[in-house]
Each structure stands twice: as C-alpha cells, then as structure tokens.
Design a protein around this ligand. Structure first.
Ligand SMILES: [Zn+2]
Length: 284
C-alpha cells in the first residue's frame, strides 16, 4: 500500500510533516538534566531563564528528567517531566454526589452547590468578531496584518484560559482532594451527555461548546481517580430532569424553559437542575 499523505488519515503513518516557522504551536524538548531554582530554570545553551510564575515547578525532592519549551500567542512556557512516588490514594467514604451539567450554570451538585458558568466566549464574542474582522481586512503579508494576527491570537488564548481556569477550579472543588475521606463522596454520578449530538442544535451549539463539557468530564475522571473516588455515568436516556427527586413522579411535558420543577403528586417545588442532581445522586 502506498504511503498515505500525512494528516488525512487519522492514526496511520504517512510522510513526515515538518514544523513550519510561522505555523502552529512551536515547541521543543530538552532531554538532559535541568536545574530548577526558586523562580528560574537553567536550560542548556540558553542559560538561566527567569520564570514569571513561581512555585509551580518542584525544586527539591524530585528528579527532573527533561524540559519542554513551548510558545503560544507570544508567551513562552516551560514544563518539566519529573520522577516521583505517588502514595496510594485513601478511598473516599462520603455519600454519593450527583452532578448535573448545564449551560445556565456550569454544574449543579446534589448538595446544593452551584458552579457559575463564566461564558468565556459569549462575554468576548463582540471583541473577537472585531479582531477577526480587522485581521481579515489587512493586506496579506503586511506588518499590520501580523500585528492584527497577534492581537487575535492573544484574544483566543484569553478566552481559552478563562474556560480552562474555571473548569480546573470547578473539578478541583468537586473532588476536594485535601478534605478528609469521610467528607469526600465515594461515588460521583454524571450524565452521559451526547455532546456531539447537542452541538448539532444550531441554537444551542455555541453555548454548549463554550462550556467545555467533555473537558469537564475528562478532568473530573482523572482527578477523582487520583483521590480515591469513583465516577459513574447515568444512561443517556435516564430522565434525570423530568423525574421528581421526592417521589419519582414523571413530568412528561417539562420543557427547557421551565427552570423550576413542580411535582403534581407530592407538591415539591425545587430548582430544575438541583432536582436532576438529586436524581443522579440517588442512582449511585
Ligand atoms: Zn414528587
């Protein structure tokens, strides 16, 4: 079989593609002993480079194997690979926790906590549209276009960073690694959301993509595992929003616009998302 062109066939080898000076994210790895100081790293050939943010790279007690330098939107990053022992996580023993993901609020937990959705893209969409337009109207190859390109890239990174920051804080809060085992839920129940399908809804697609639901799930799964907790997924077809968390009555004609769940059997009045979160917790 002839060699395929790289990039077109996922997972298959093809001709190598070389890095381009002006395209994509540039990065390189230094496979040699790296010295880490308080607020600086010593890189071979380059020398001692000061770090803007301190305290993220462990300075003692670990063996630094290599460093990767990368650049994104005009900022340079260093990440180091270290060798260290991980103690076996203490198994959490708290009651189950249901997590209902959404757009209005990022997540509603069955213990009553709500996590705010910053709407990273939504809040900066106007600025992003303007920056994109200015970029596209500059003459190709001009210095002004390069300037506009850098401005646009910075804005894209800002939006991505807001989203990343929120998701990390939210998942860390749910997992609560530093709390004693009895206060952490042994099982976290999520909905198995059909994100790809929801993105086909043109009215909701932007809002759904802005949340970063898959990334939320990914982070929650790995953080929970490292903290001795289990993550379970409720079936995609389980009506967590339409079922009463008090008596199990099925509210057949609940719409997306109904923010409050009113049970016609036991009379309970509860926030829609909280009701769903309680139902998910009950599944565990
Ligand atoms: Zn009820």
């Amino acid at each position: 079989m002839a060699l395929k062109k790289a990039g077109k066939h996922k997972g298959k080898c093809g001709y190598p593609t070389f890095k381009h000076k002006h395209k994509g994210r540039g990065s390189f790895r230094l496979d040699c002993p790296i010295h880490v100081f308080d607020g600086a790293v010593q890189l071979p050939k380059i020398g001692r480079v000061k770090l803007k943010e301190q305290g993220y790279i462990p300075t003692w007690g670990v063996k630094v194997l290599s460093a990767t330098i990368s650049e994104k939107a005009g900022r340079w990053f260093v990440s180091v690979q270290v060798e260290e022992d991980h103690p076996e996580p203490q198994l959490a023993t708290g009651g189950p926790l249901g997590v209902d993901l959404g757009i209005k609020t990022l997540a509603t937990l069955s213990n009553g906590t709500t996590l705010v959705n910053p709407k990273a893209l939504r809040s900066r969409l106007k600025a992003l549209k303007r920056a994109t337009r200015l970029h596209s109207r500059c003459k190709k190859g001009s210095n002004n276009r390069k300037k506009a390109q850098r401005r646009l890239a910075r804005l894209h990174m800002k939006i991505a960073n807001i989203r990343k920051d929120t998701l990390h804080k939210a998942t860390a809060q749910i997992v609560a690694k530093t709390k004693p085992a009895a206060e952490r839920p042994a099982v976290i129940v999520l909905e198995d959301l059909h994100v790809a399908g929801m993105l086909k809804n043109r009215k909701l697609a932007r809002a759904i993509a802005d949340v970063g639901l898959y990334e939320f799930k990914r982070q929650l799964c790995y953080k929970a595992t490292s903290a001795g907790m289990q993550v379970k997924e409720a079936s995609r077809w389980y009506p967590s929003s339409k079922t009463c968390s008090g008596c199990g009555w099925y509210h057949a004609d609940l719409t997306l616009a109904d923010r409050v769940f009113r049970c016609q059997q036991c009379g309970i009045v509860i926030d829609r998302d909280e009701n769903a979160a309680l139902n998910l917790a009950a599944l565990a």
